[in-house]
Design a protein around this ligand. Sequence first.
Ligand code: AMP
Length: 291
Amino acid sequence: MKQIQHADDMRFWADEQRSLHKTIGFVPTMGALHTGHLSLAEAAVRDNDLGVASIFVNPTQFAPLEDFDQYPRPLEEDLAKLETAGIAAVYMPTAAEMYPRNFSTYIDVEQVSQGLCGGSRPHFFRGVATVVTKLFNAVKPHRAYFGQKDAQQCAVIKRMVRDLDMGIEIVEMPIVREPDGLAMSSRNVYLTAEDRKRALCLSRALFDAEKKLRNGERDGGVLVQGVRDAMRNVEIDYVALVDAETMQPIREPIRPVVLAVAAFLPTARLIDNIKFDPNTDDAGSQTGSGR
Ligand code: AMP
């Protein structure tokens, strides 16, 4: 597996592969890789001639008091996991190269970035859209793989790629869960044993709502209230039923919707969601066994 640090070298490698008519599937990550990340890497390897992953803890998507410094960085283990997944090249730029002095160009994706995580982390999607654009410019992928775990992030990237004619296919992969239902996250390592138990109420509340949706419940207010009630032992950031494409609140799930939650536990902020399409009755939310 090739390890590449500089954008010029990454572009050179990508140009070379493209000139050989190889397709590139790309998985951007912040490292601390778990099975969820690896499901994206495996899909990128399977669906393309070459899989490329990046590891970059992006400072511009963290607010000053968030966990940038603490964020886990087990680099050697991450590299071994990517190699096992069959990744051909890993791009690991430095923050100094990504954000040189006087860096002043950012991407703001309007509408989709508002509300949900954009409400409680106003800096977040601007940082994500900007870094993903820079990574796309270096890796030059044909396809890029993102997790439904970060459903709003997927919607933001899809909108950005469409609006800016980036010509990259965005593939959204299902949420990988722990056997008991908790959505895998690099931040789960922060959880104390007690918080880990309390965290289960997020997925349980969502699975319960999913059952109600499958049984025909179409009142968004009832669904949201049910989830809020089931999450009474954690500090709720948001519970929202939104249109899956625009991420704007919707009262009745007549189009594909996302029921999304975020909660502050003492040791970590967690997010989770389910998707539901009333036309296919396909909730498509998980590959784990915790249901
Ligand atoms: P991160 O390293 O947290 O920025 O995540 C990198 C990519 O992995 C993003 O597209 C995430 O949505 C995706 N991802 C994170 N957790 C999961 C999970 N449990 N299942 C599937 N994909 C995930």
